[in-house]
Design a protein around this ligand. Structure first.
Ligand SMILES: C[S@@+](CC[C@H](N)C(=O)[O-])C[C@H]1O[C@@H](n2cnc3c(N)ncnc32)[C@H](O)[C@@H]1O
Length: 271
């Protein structure tokens, strides 16, 4: 198969079917977070996927640039979620030549950076694209969740969804690669439309809260909030008016960090 080899990334219409967000909770949470911390209107969405959040923020009055490495995602975004300035760029080395008031990185997009150098590079990209005092707002899986709750690793888990007259079934097995600190996923897809079965291997970095704080400090960020919810993908989900939480036990991390006003080039990496 061409593209990334990940079915839902290569078929964005299926991504939206599998992970519906009809109320645009993710975008609303991002907007509420930007307002709570007084962000300006220029927003960069890193790993924007289908573009549904970027477009909602655009309609809410933000000036949004959105980047992704998937050509299929960008084509879908331009067609179905117009408004933002969509660019093909990699969060590990993007250089858009301008700065923003906030960088968003939602639904674990940051965790596609698997190694320490990749993570450091992505955070350097965030810093390079922020005006002094700009905000990084991210929402991602919490590596620490797996310390106390291994239920994610029970499996395999089967899920089905329909699009048109086709039923898609996925059988997913997750395992932890302890040495690399990666959550590795094997997923086998079948569909009842006669298309051949499809297998994919995906991985996410398992980032722990203190480790994330360290990476952020080295990149010149001050952490304003880091908590496990409520957020757009927590149970129960975030609702308008909810305040940020204070615990870090559950599956999702919600991060707000501010770029320090002065460049952080004094060699001091003390977090
Ligand atoms: C789980 S999706 C999240 C999409 C979107 N942020 C959302 O919340 O719906 C992760 C996205 O990150 C993109 N991605 C993965 N690695 C990337 C990289 N190095 N630079 C930019 N985008 C990347 C993928 O193509 C995919 O669209």
């Amino acid at each position: 198969m061409s593209g990334t080899g990940n079915l839902l990334t290569d078929r964005p219409e299926l991504y939206e079917e599998r992970f519906p967000d009809p109320e645009r909770l993710a975008a609303r949470w991002a907007e509420a977070t930007l307002r709570r911390y007084g962000s300006g209107h220029r927003v960069l969405d890193l790993g924007c996927g289908t573009g549904r959040d970027a477009a909602w923020l655009h309609r809410a009055g933000r000036r949004v640039t959105a980047v992704d490495t998937s050509a299929a995602m960008l084509a879908h975004a331009r067609r179905h979620h117009p408004g933002p300035d969509y660019r093909h760029a990699d969060m590990r080395d993007a250089d858009l030549g301008r700065v923003f008031d906030a960088v968003l990185c939602l639904d674990s997009a940051l965790l596609h950076c698997h190694t320490n150098p990749e993570l450091a590079a992505a955070l350097a990209v965030c810093a390079r694209h922020l005006a002094p005092g700009g905000l990084l707002v991210a929402e991602l899986r919490n590596g620490a969740f797996l310390l106390g709750d291994g239920s994610l690793l029970d499996g395999p888990a089967t899920a089905t969804f329909r699009r048109g007259s086709t039923t898609y079934t996925s059988r997913t097995t997750l395992r932890v690669d302890h040495g690399a600190q990666l959550l590795r996923r094997h997923r086998a897809w079948t569909a009842d439309d006669g298309s051949p079965p499809h297998e994919e291997h995906t991985a996410w970095r398992l980032l722990f809260p203190q480790e994330l704080r360290y990476f952020l400090a080295v990149a010149g960020f001050e952490v304003l909030a880091l908590h496990d919810g409520p957020g757009p993908r927590t149970e129960p989900p975030w609702r308008e008016g909810d305040r940020p939480g204070t615990t870090l036990r559950a599956d999702r991390l919600h991060l707000v960090a501010r770029l320090a006003p002065r460049p952080h080039h004094d060699g001091d990496t003390t977090p």
